[in-house]
Ligand binder design. Structure first.
Ligand code: AN7
Length: 347
């Protein structure tokens, strides 16, 4: 497949818009575990071209922007939107401007924006302040097109994740679990399942405790969490997300940073390395399991971004053996670890 526009064009209402694509989408949906009457599936969105789910929306938003004659694109970002906007703008031959909260996005995401030649700016404030600023500027001038998820084409593109899950399973899952920051993705999936047919899952939105306005029902002035991608206190699409959860009989849930790190570690121990924001979804599943509240049937979790997006945070729980070795010491190490019961198997 050649990207989500070519795969799903009739569902996107794009008619003849030429696709600006990097071959996004068609990501793996893997069977992870069966616990009692619950089957857990994971959708690995980190396999998208820039390493996150944002590419699904960005291919559509930037294709439309280019067709409409945009001169440049702009976004605020906790990192992944910036990386994706920079790459797709580069592919389209358009200048990109990205505004990030100073010191609050990972170096890897900043580097992605820079290597694709975006103009990278920071604000002394959080993501919410950055988004308010770029929205104001995009309203004032027609020089730039806003490609945050308040641009409806972004959500249309992100609907394709739902289409793919239905194509893979032959129907919608019974429950869908996603990390929630600015609340665009949960809204897009809900819209997507409705548009594609074959059922709508219970939508379960997981937030980080220090950054959980949809759980408390109140905007958060100073959001805090180790999951920098979802450090967002005033979600732009909260009205859509609240509707998605209410209409589908779902819920919002908050998990602590410790639960997020523990979920990241457990996924990695099973071969799946995701960034902390994505581990938040799995932390939600673990919490429900621990409380014996895991729904029956198929539960699919959207793992939104690759672990390589944040190489620093896992240092909190990884251990490197730094001393040098030789054949004798290596053999001794193997004997100790494999016979001594020191090896932990995750499942
Ligand atoms: C890995 O890049 O908001 O609820 O500016 O990067 O649709 O916001 C990223 C969000 C989940 C939350 N997982 O999705 C940005 C940005 C990862 C993310 C989310 C983000 P939304």
């Amino acid at each position: 497949m050649r990207g989500v526009i070519e795969r799903y064009r009739p569902y996107l209402d794009l008619a003849d818009t030429p696709a600006v694509t990097l071959g996004e989408g068609s990501t793996p949906l893997i069977s992870w575990a069966t616990w009692g009457t619950t089957d857990i599936f994971l959708k690995l969105e980190g396999t998208n071209p820039t390493g996150s789910f944002k590419d699904r929306g960005m291919t559509v938003a930037i294709s439309v922007a280019r067709q409409q004659g945009a001169q440049a694109v702009i976004c605020a970002s906790t990192g992944n939107t910036a990386a994706s906007a920079a790459a797709y703008a580069a592919r389209a031959g358009l200048p990109a401007f990205v505004v990030a909260p100073r010191g609050q996005i990972t170096q890897e995401k900043m580097l992605q924006a820079l290597v694709h030649q975006a103009t990278f700016l920071t604000v002394d404030g959080n993501f919410d302040a950055a988004l308010a600023m770029v929205r104001k500027v995009a309203e004032r001038t027609s020089l730039v097109t806003l490609v945050n998820s308040v641009n409806p084409w972004r959500l249309r593109g992100q609907e394709t994740g739902a289409y793919e899950i239905v194509d893979d399973l032959g129907r919608a899952p019974d429950s869908l679990v996603l990390p929630v920051g600015n609340a665009g993705n949960i809204s897009a999936y809900f819209q997507g399942f409705k548009r594609y047919g074959h059922g709508v899952p219970r939508m379960l939105g997981i937030q980080a405790q220090g950054s959980s306005p949809l759980v408390s029902g109140q905007d958060v002035e100073n959001p805090e969490t180790i999951a920098s991608a979802i450090r967002i206190g005033k979600p732009a699409s909260k009205h859509l997300a609240v509707k998605a959860v209410a209409e589908s009989g779902g819920a919002f849930l908050a998990v602590s940073d410790d639960e997020i790190l523990d979920a990241q570690r457990e996924l990695a121990a099973g071969g799946v390395f995701v960034e902390p924001a994505s581990a938040t979804a799995y932390a939600g599943i673990k919490r429900l399991k621990a409380q014996d509240m895991l729904p029956d049937g198929i539960v699919a979790a959207i793992l939104t971004g690759t672990g390589l997006k944040d190489g620093h945070t896992p240092l909190k729980w990884t251990q490197a053996k730094t001393e040098s070795t030789d054949a004798d010491r290596l053999e001794e190490t193997l004997r100790t670890l494999l016979n001594g019961g020191a090896v932990h198997v995750a499942h």
